[in-house]
Design a binder for this molecule. Structure first.
Ligand code: ZN
Ligand code: ZN
Length: 201
C-alpha cells in the first residue's frame, strides 16, 4: 500500500498512542482546511465543531482534528457537539463553513481490523502490538480524501464566540481568585462555584 497521507510524529506524541481514529481526525482536519482554503490556526480566528461524543471509544478523532487544524480546546476554538458522529465543521467567518463526514464504508471497514478485536477485548491502544496498529493506520493513510470523506459547504452557518473576561474577583469564602463571570451571589456573598455549592447544601 502506498502511503499518500503523512501524519506528523508530533500528533502521535501529543495523543499518546498509535490508533486509527487520531490519524483519521488529522486527515479530516487537513481536508476541511484545504476545502475552505485556510491555514492551520495559530490564534483564535477559526472554529472547529466536532460532532463526536464523549460516550464512545472513538474520541481519539478529536485529538487528530485539533492537531491538524490548530483549533484546540485550550484556545477555546474547539467545541464538542456530542452528536456521536464521525464528522466535523470547520468555520472561519470570512471564508465560510465546511462539514466533513467520514464515509460509512470506511467506518465499517475499520471494524474488520485486528486492532479493534484487541480493543473490544479490553486492551488499551498502547498495549496492542505495533504491527497490528500500523496495519490499520497504513490502510487509512493509503486512501485518498475523496474516498475517506464526503463534505458539504454550510451556506448559512454562523457562530459568535462568547465574550471573554480577564477580570478576577476573590471568593468571600475560600479567598481564591475567580474569573468574574463565574462568581455566584448567595446571601450577599460573592462565591466561587465550589463554595456556592457547599453553602447551599
Ligand atoms: Zn487514540
Ligand atoms: Zn470559594
Amino acid at each position: 500500500m502506498e502511503q499518500i497521507h503523512i501524519i506528523p510524529e508530533f500528533a502521535y506524541d501529543f495523543h499518546g498512542h498509535r490508533c486509527p481514529y487520531m490519524p483519521l481526525g488529522f486527515m479530516a482536519g487537513e481536508y476541511a482546511m484545504r476545502l475552505l482554503g485556510v491555514e492551520r490556526e495559530r490564534d483564535h480566528k477559526t472554529f472547529l465543531f466536532s460532532e463526536m461524543g464523549d460516550e464512545h471509544l472513538q474520541g481519539c478523532f478529536n485529538d487528530g482534528l485539533q492537531a491538524a487544524t490548530g483549533c484546540t480546546y485550550g484556545k477555546q476554538i474547539f467545541k464538542l457537539m456530542n452528536y456521536g458522529k464521525a464528522a466535523a465543521i470547520l468555520y472561519k467567518p470570512e471564508k465560510g463553513a465546511v462539514r466533513v463526514i467520514v464515509n460509512d464504508d470506511i467506518l465499517k471497514d475499520l471494524e474488520k481490523f485486528k486492532f479493534f478485536e484487541y480493543r473490544y477485548k479490553g486492551y488499551e491502544p498502547s498495549e496492542i502490538p505495533l504491527d497490528v496498529s500500523n496495519e490499520v493506520i497504513d490502510y487509512l493513510t493509503s486512501i485518498p480524501d475523496e474516498k475517506l470523506f464526503r463534505y458539504e459547504f454550510l451556506k448559512d452557518f454562523t457562530y459568535t464566540p462568547l465574550k471573554k473576561t480577564s477580570k478576577k474577583i476573590e471568593c468571600d469564602d475560600c479567598h481564591e481568585l475567580v474569573f468574574e463571570n463565574y462568581i455566584k451571589i448567595w446571601k450577599n456573598k460573592k462565591l466561587c462555584t465550589t463554595c456556592y455549592e457547599k453553602e447551599r447544601r
